[in-house]
Design a protein around this ligand. Structure first.
Ligand code: F0G
Length: 467
């Protein structure tokens, strides 16, 4: 055995437990319920074997060894190593049998510089960590590989979720790969066709309920109690473990010198909780010396966390009736709000909300940098602009936006934007016409003649805003 292999096998024996975030009771591993049997609050994965003070693992693992091992795996063809989630398996809950892992080679997503968005926002170094470059086009895959693998290990035949679209697409894919059946509850008429078509193609039993996302979640809670199905929403603690790796990968990409600020969109608040958990754990393990701020941005019409922080100091959830064109984050009663509050406070981050017009403009700006994302992801850039204006984010800071979904998830939004009818008939129509017009590029219908095309080309060159 090589030194590295010996180190790896030693580390993989690390023990984790499920622990309640409110009362601290230890839950049963592999159990069906994702809630505390004592008080009903959410569970999280804890690693009691990690020594908090020395920053080293009890297993004898040092930070330098881990960094080297994880990087080395990028040259391996082993399926676990090829996954940008399981490559970091020492900091994840261990499966009894690694052959249960279901991977689509998720993670290892790119980090892009966003120069013109940086100028628009007023920060010198702006980056996007694009989780929309995952196998099913959203960040959900990193969490799903973990939770679906535990579902398979637990012998479940059925997995289920309520979703605004991305979770269902991802869950359906991973269930199909594992030979499990999947049940999807979605709010009727409120998810994009792209996401719905994914769930269908991957063979999910798909129910469109006549309610919103929060209503779907309530119905699913009851179904799960009555039927032998395993819940794969982000209240499932294993989901968040997989989603942690986006932050770990990001830190690795920065050579473990953290950026100053990470900005995440907030819906059900699983992702912000996961990224924050990773940052705190990396600090605890001594892999980073300081914590980046973690800020969460919501749509004004789905601003439960913003209101919770401002009106109750983060002590009591203030639910809202959610309304936003960013259907992915159209959520009024976020399940992981307590976890999110904890990590925002621990990292000194902020919460902010943005309008529909601000979000639409930011999405076009990200697109114009050649990256593109779905509307929910664009709230990060819109929020950053606000945080810079408020002086919370400073011009000399390095900032990373977590882009959560691929541009192709919601082509309807993009087409309406460029045709100029995204806000038609709404109270924002006038404001939108003024603010968004310079960014709109409606497709042109022309005669099939070179002359017509050349004229368009000449006009575009004369009016090029970048000249
Ligand atoms: N961005 C995208 C593209 C999403 O799909 C979601 C959530 C979020 C951001 C918010 O993340 O919920 O962890 O705070 N989508 C879920 C779904 C709810 O069902 O696909 P969160």
């Amino acid at each position: 055995m090589t030194d590295q292999a010996a180190l790896a096998s030693k580390l993989e024996t690390g023990v984790s437990q499920l622990r309640c975030i409110a009362c601290g009771a230890v839950g049963e591993e592999g159990a069906k319920s994702v809630r505390c049997a004592q008080c009903g609050d959410l569970l999280e994965v804890a690693f009691p074997g990690w020594k908090t003070n020395s920053g080293m693992r009890a297993a004898g693992l040092d930070a330098a060894g881990l960094k080297q091992l994880w990087l080395q795996r990028r040259t391996s063809w082993n399926a676990l190593d090829e996954s940008g989630v399981w490559r970091f398996r020492e900091i994840l809950p261990a499966l009894h049998d690694w052959s249960h892992v279901i991977t689509l080679r998720e993670g290892n997503t790119p980090l892009y510089e966003l120069p013109s968005c940086g100028r628009a926002a007023g920060v010198g170094q702006l980056f996007a960590k694009h989780q929309g470059m995952n196998p099913t086009g959203s960040f959900k895959d990193t969490g799903m590989t973990a939770a679906a693998s535990f579902a398979r290990q637990g012998g479940f035949r059925w997995v289920a979720c309520a979703s605004t679209g991305n979770t269902s697409a991802s869950m359906a894919a991973y269930a199909a790969r594992a030979g499990m059946r999947s049940l999807v509850l979605i709010p009727q008429g409120q998810i994009t066709w792209g996401k719905l078509s994914q769930a269908l193609d991957y063979g999910a039993v798909t129910c469109q309920l006549k309610t919103d996302f929060d209503g779907c979640m309530r119905v699913l809670d009851e179904v799960v109690q009555r039927m032998p199905v395993y819940l794969l929403n982000s209240v499932n603690p294993y989901r968040l473990e997989g989603q942690k790796t986006a932050a770990v990968e990001l830190l690795e990409r920065f050579d473990w010198q953290p950026p100053d600020h990470i900005i995440v969109p907030g819906g059900n608040l699983g992702n912000s909780s996961a990224i924050g958990k990773a940052l705190l754990e990396m600090k605890e393990l001594g892999l980073i010396a300081r914590l980046p701020k973690l800020s969460v941005i919501q749509a004004e019409g789905a601003n439960a966390l913003v209101r919770t922080m401002r009106e109750s100091g983060g002590k009591k959830l203030i639910s809202v009736h959610a309304e936003t064109m960013a259907t992915a984050i159209k959520i009024g009663s976020p399940a992981s709000w307590k976890k999110a509050v904890r990590v925002i406070e621990a990292t000194g981050g902020a919460v902010e909300q943005v309008s529909e017009v601000e979000m639409a403009l930011a999405k076009a700006e990200i697109g114009a940098d050649g990256i593109g994302c779905e509307p929910a992801s664009a709230v990060t850039l819109a929020g950053l602009k606000k945080l810079v204006k408020q002086g919370f984010a400073r011009r000399n800071e390095s900032v990373v936006l977590i882009l959560t979904g691929n541009l192709l998830k919601d082509p309807d939004f993009t087409l309406k934007f460029h045709r100029g009818d995204l806000f038609a008939g709404t109270e924002h129509e006038e404001e939108a016409a003024e603010v968004l017009a310079p960014r709109q590029r409606a497709p042109m219908v022309l005669d099939a003649s070179a002359n017509a095309v050349v004229k368009v080309l000449e006009y575009a060159e004369q009016t090029d805003p970048r000249k």
